[in-house]
Design a protein around this ligand. Structure first.
Ligand SMILES: Cc1cc2nc3c(=O)[nH]c(=O)nc-3n(C[C@H](O)[C@H](O)[C@H](O)COP(=O)(O)OP(=O)(O)OC[C@H]3O[C@@H](n4cnc5c(N)ncnc54)[C@H](O)[C@@H]3O)c2cc1C
Length: 210
């Protein structure tokens, strides 16, 4: 809800706004969301798409690490003994950002699958990242190259053929889990749908009609 966060990192604000319920959000922290490191955590795909950096501090010193690679397995991270996550840095980028998740109901649910998009109009680059698409938050250079190529940077429009290519690439690249909530095949299909939906929204200038 912080206007400064919503202005600088709208994708992060969207992901936070769909976490749990108002009561849960009043208690939940960014640090806990990251360090618990579960594949369905809301904020992880956006932080990956934003190429976030984490500041880790302990009595012995401090170090900054990329979020990319910080989660090593479900529930496991590169946090060292005695270290606390004290700050998260994300760039304020010009361009569309969004986060979507699919779950069993419309409120207070964890993501069966999720996806985030960050468009950087200055660098002319699109980054997509996904939750519950693999054991750790997932992105792929090949997917991002195709997503970037799908955009007509002169007009901001997104080519339908480019979207279709991204959807197929995502479905080929992901390695989603199967559990009591959904099969791997369902997740693979749904992740493609979410990627396509986010790219279409980006091309429509952020309209929810896409
Ligand atoms: C009803 C309900 C609904 C929920 N819905 C969602 C949802 O939709 N999406 C979602 O992502 N999550 C959801 N959650 C899970 C949880 O509330 C959030 O992920 C929240 O952001 C976790 O933050 P926390 O501060 O409560 O972490 P905690 O649970 O207090 O901590 C989690 C772990 O991280 C460690 N930790 C916490 N902060 C730090 C730090 N700064 N440095 C190092 N280690 C740290 C703790 O020691 C612990 O091991 C839900 C929870 C409930 C109860």
């Amino acid at each position: 809800q912080d206007p400064a966060v919503a202005a600088a990192a709208p994708g992060l604000a969207r992901a936070a706004a769909s976490l749990g319920s108002p009561l849960v959000r009043a208690e939940a922290t960014l640090g806990g969301n990251i360090v618990s490191a579960l594949p369905y955590r809301n904020l992880l795909p956006v932080l990956l798409a934003l190429d976030a950096r984490l500041l880790l501090e302990s009595a012995g010193g401090r170090r900054e690490v990329p979020f990319d690679g910080f989660v090593t397995a479900p529930g496991r991270t590169r946090l060292g003994p005695g270290e606390v996550l004290t700050a998260v840095t994300v760039p304020a980028l010009p361009g569309f950002q969004d986060y979507v998740k699919i779950g069993r109901r419309n409120a207070q649910y964890v993501a069966t699958v999720s996806a985030a998009v960050v468009v950087d109009t200055a660098a002319r680059r699109v980054r997509l990242a996904f939750g519950n698409a693999a054991p750790v938050p997932f992105r792929s250079d090949e997917v991002d190259r195709a997503a970037t190529a799908a955009v007509d940077w002169a007009t901001g429009a997104v080519r339908a053929a480019g979207v279709a290519e991204v959807v197929e690439l995502v479905r080929r690249a992901v390695d989603p889990p199967a559990d009591e909530v959904a099969s791997a095949a369902y997740r693979r299909h749904a992740l493609g749908v979410l990627a396509g939906r986010l790219l279409e929204r980006a091309g429509a200038g952020g309209s929810d009609d896409a």
